[in-house]
Design a protein around this ligand. Structure first.
Ligand code: ATP
Ligand code: MG
Length: 653
């Protein structure tokens, strides 16, 4: 590699190097955690750009936007800033961009609104009100359940009755009504130019399938396609990749079936196995060596994945020597678990000099960390929490965003409804009536500002209208600033804890300052919302601060830390209560534990409360997954029992 500025041979092993040097034709890299899949993609981008391929001709699809940004930043650091011009993002953000530009062909305005899950549920609520399905003896599913059904149907490409038979044990029998409701749901969204997450993918597939000219154009534009975390794509995404590569077949996909953790959302790890059928002539490359973790950690992760019914035939090994065994820590209760984790983190930080940012506490569900958060606050250990309730899911943030959304898409009934319902004396019926009228107006904002009907809410409606009218031409940050003034009395009126919510609005204002286009801001907030939970959002200002990471396992994929703590390894928590009588779900929980444990480089701690009176005996058992880990691969610490064996270990089975 004489004429390359980068020494690829020194930075990659042979199998990785082969991938990096092969530009043309389909390549599939199937490899275990920490084997350098993401690193290989990054170097391949650099190599292509260095070889003279236009960065704009490369499309890099990743699971989060942060992941692609990070990879491109890395590639740019390796080579130069040309790498920043590579088209990178998630399937959803890519679809959004393409549909705004080319969606006209399938009837989409460039100003469509993206619905998050809560919004989509609201649409279902409105339709339920409209058609008034009557309960027939047993209960009709709630809007959240219905939306989950619809999402499953779309992502798995099942009919409604198949979804009900498969996932709801035929508990609900209103198949005809639900099928009709689904059709209405799709029609409603289309008429109002509202797209939920599923629609972004469905519409992109439709566009590419039905419009040969667009397909050809995009395929010519993106000559090289790379996809990370391919095990977590669904069928629609796999088809989108197939269509995008129509003219060249230059696709590289990397993934690890054992780390598939989004089946509950319709992902299908069989996509990996079926890739060679979609792309005949695929070169399959396996990376066998792990570069992330010390061998004692890999011994445990191997024991975890060995328990899967599906045999993944993967054993991770490393050439690194040394390392200590992962530590298993049963604690008396949740309190003691929190105290132990906080204490140990303090020791690693202050005595061993490991920066907080190189440590992470991982958990199955966001609420598992609540008690720990209190303990960390008590001890002044700064942390950031990732996953769980998103900033934009908070009601007061959604209120403000609703006002902004109608400025871009005045057909967005969901947002109209939300803000009208905030006004005193306006109930669902009144809101529906006002919306019906304003939708036919040329300028709904002006019409509202002169709202004619003599009612007790007249002035409020007018104030809403004139506020919207005033802010319409302003830049986003200014719009939010004025909306906050308008909204201040409403906030006080609706939320008892308004004082706690105010800093979030300030934060929202700070975020908007980076944007010149309101539409871009709204899209980004819905597709790639700030990863931080509301509580932490306002506190964390300095990005470079050394912060401990608290994260759901789902949000930890692809990442790595020196020291990792996995907490709440107790039956009913991890595996979760909802998976206990469902083999497929249990299997996914196991893969989730595999993802969690493979994040650790040097230290791994596994903890669980033995008895917690909050939950009774039910949770008093360690996770079944621990039983499958060979005892000799773990070191056990005892915090409360007397009978410690000579060598410091004890039975836990
Ligand atoms: P995951 O399945 O968890 O996403 P991955 O296969 O994508 O893992 P990477 O994150 O790319 O693995 O790599 C894991 C770690 O190993 C990183 O710190 C990476 O820099 C390092 N690494 C990978 N390959 C090499 C190599 N050839 N030489 C040195 N370090 C490497
Ligand atoms: Mg990776």
């Amino acid at each position: 590699s004489d004429h390359f500025s980068l020494d690829y041979d020194a930075e990659l092993n042979e199998a990785q190097l082969q991938v990096v040097k092969t530009f043309y034709g389909p390549i599939l890299v199937v490899a275990g955690a920490g084997s350098g899949k993401t690193r290989t993609l990054t170097y391949r981008v650099a190599r292509m750009v260095e070889s003279g391929i236009a960065p704009e001709a490369i499309l890099l699809l990743t699971f989060t936007r942060k992941a692609s940004q990070e990879m491109l930043r890395r590639a740019a650091a390796l080579l130069d800033t040309r790498c920043e011009h590579v088209a990178g993002g998630t399937f959803h953000s890519f679809s959004n961009m393409i549909l705004r530009r080319y969606g006209r062909a399938i009837g989409l305005d460039s100003t469509f609104t993206i619905l998050d899950q809560g919004d989509a549920e609201d649409v279902i609520g409105i339709l339920l009100d409209q058609i008034g399905f009557k309960k027939q003896g047993r209960s009709f599913p709630k809007k959240g359940t219905i939306h989950a059904m619809f999402t499953k149907a779309v992502n798995k490409e099942f009919s409604i009755d198949t979804v009900i038979a498969k996932y709801y044990s035929t508990y609900f029998q209103e198949i005809e009504e639900l099928t009709k409701l689904h059709a209405l749901f799709c029609q409603y969204k289309f008429e109002h130019q509202l797209l939920d997450y599923d629609d972004l993918l469905v519409y992109l597939q439709r566009l590419l399938e039905q419009h040969q000219d667009v397909r050809q154009h995009l395929s010519d534009l993106y000559q090289f396609i790379m996809v990370d975390e391919y095990q977590d794509t669904n069928k629609i995404q796999a088809r989108i990749v197939r269509l995008l590569a129509a003219t060249h077949d230059n696709v590289m996909a990397v993934g690890d079936e054992a780390q598939s953790i989004y089946a509950f959302r319709g992902a299908n790890y069989r996509n990996i196995l079926e890739f060679p059928e979609q792309f005949p002539g695929t070169t399959i490359i396996k990376l066998e060596e792990n570069f992330r973790s010390v061998q004692p950690i890999l011994n445990v992760t191997n024991d975890v994945i060995k328990q899967a019914r599906e045999s993944f035939q993967k054993r991770l090994y490393t050439r690194q020597i040394g390392g200590t065994r992962p530590i298993l820590v049963p604690t008396l209760n949740e309190r003691q678990q929190s105290q132990f984790v906080a204490q140990r983190i303090l020791e690693l930080w202050q005595e061993e000099g490991i920066p907080l940012a190189k440590m992470a506490v991982l958990f199955r569900s966001s609420f598992h960390a609540f008690d720990l958060e209190l303990e960390l606050n008590r001890r002044n250990i700064p942390f950031v929490k990732v996953g769980g309730v998103k900033f934009i899911e908070a009601a007061h943030i959604k209120d403000i965003l609703a006002h902004l959304r109608v400025l871009v898409n005045p057909l967005d009934e969901i947002s109209w409804r939300r803000m009208l319902l905030l006004l005193d004396g306006v109930g669902p019926k009144t809101a529906a009536m006002i919306i019906q009228q304003l939708l036919v107006e040329q300028n709904p904002f002006a019409w509202l500002s002169e709202y004619p009907k003599k009612t007790k809410y007249r002035l409020d409606v007018q104030r809403l209208g004139s506020t919207l009218l005033t802010i319409l031409p302003l830049p986003p940050a200014e719009q939010v600033r004025m909306l906050r003034e308008y909204y201040a009395p409403i906030l006080k009126n609706h939320y008892d804890d308004f004082a706690k919510r105010e800093p979030d609005l300030e934060q929202l204002n700070i975020i908007t300052e980076q944007f010149t286009s309101l539409e871009k801001f709204l899209t980004e907030m819905t597709l790639e919302p700030p990863n931080r939970s509301v509580d932490n959002m306002a506190q964390v200002e300095d990005q470079d601060e050394d912060l401990l990471v608290l994260s759901t396992i789902h949000s930890a994929k692809g990442l790595e830390w020196q020291s990792v703590f996995v907490i709440w390894l107790a039956e009913g928590r991890f595996p979760s209560m909802y998976s206990l009588d469902d083999d497929e779900a249990l299997e996914e929980e196991l893969r989730l534990l595999y993802v969690a444990t493979t994040r650790a480089m040097q230290h791994l701690y596994l903890t669980y409360p033995v008895y917690d009176n909050k939950w009774g005996n039910y949770f008093g058992r360690p996770s079944r997954f621990l039983e499958g880990i060979s005892r000799k691969n773990l070191e056990q610490w005892s915090l409360f029992e007397e009978d410690i064996e000579e060598d410091g270990e004890e039975e836990f089975a």
